[in-house]
Design a protein around this ligand. Structure first.
Ligand code: DX5
Ligand code: ZN
Length: 223
């Protein structure tokens, strides 16, 4: 699968989303971090704002829910007509049922794991998901450094996906930049969230292209 770059608007200007979206027109999808102030110690925005983003965005939206009670709160996001809804395994009591409901609502279903969470429960029924998100930082804030030990989980997920010949995207989120994306891709990740790396660039679309080119090089060298 070719590498996809999903800029995270956590690093964008929250007062100007429409023009910020326009500045990343080369993105494959736009990564939207929904934080509730409970699951993570940060608060961003909720359903009404994501609904409006969906109306003004010209790219698909990749929703990353960092919220408690995913089983009851996630579905309305899928109903907005977004490309994918990813919830955290730690915030769901019945992740396979939730994934199936997200799919029925017409979105791709993603499941995320924090750096300290094992992938085993997710791997036991990988077919239930369209995307697995291995967090490469503790969720909550942009601009952190990638936690190296999380790359073992990236390799583990990549091996399982390949072994079972599944069409599942393997996403990484947190601390991804020009210095490490090739190496992270060589562990088998194919979908890259990048917040500060993209939004701090003078030419954001050029940064997206550079990240994608390096990621594709890394994917060809899968370890
Ligand atoms: C962190 C968020 C990320 C964040 C990544 O909890 O899930 O999407 O925006 O930002 P960078 O790329 O700056 O680490
Ligand atoms: Zn995110």
């Amino acid at each position: 699968m070719p590498a996809h770059i999903h800029p995270s608007i956590l690093s964008a200007d929250f007062a100007n989303f429409e023009s910020e979206f326009a500045s990343i027109s080369g993105a494959d999808s736009i990564h939207i971090d929904v934080m509730d102030g409970h699951f993570v110690p940060n608060l961003t925005f909720g359903l009404p704002m994501v609904k409006r983003m969906r109306e003004v965005a010209t790219k698909p939206l990749d929703i990353h829910l960092m919220i408690d009670r995913a089983d009851s709160e996630a579905l309305p996001y899928a109903d907005l007509g977004v490309e994918s809804v990813t919830f955290h395994a730690e915030a769901s009591n019945d992740m396979f049922t939730l994934a199936s409901k997200i799919r029925s609502a017409g979105a791709k279903a993603g499941v995320a794991v924090k750096p300290g969470t094992s992938l085993n429960i997710v791997l036991s029924n990988l077919e239930a998901f369209d995307m697995v998100l291995v967090m490469t930082v503790e969720p909550g804030f942009g601009g952190q450094s990638l936690i190296e030990s999380t790359l073992e989980k990236v390799s583990q997920a990549a091996e399982e996906i390949a072994k079972r010949s599944l069409e599942i995207r393997l996403q990484v989120d947190g601390g991804i930049d020009l210095s490490n994306i090739l190496r992270v891709a060589s562990h088998g990740a194919d979908t890259f969230v990048a917040g500060s790396s993209v939004f701090s660039a003078n030419d954001r679309n050029e940064r997206i292209d550079d990240l994608r080119r390096l990621a594709n090089q890394g994917l060809h060298r899968t370890l």
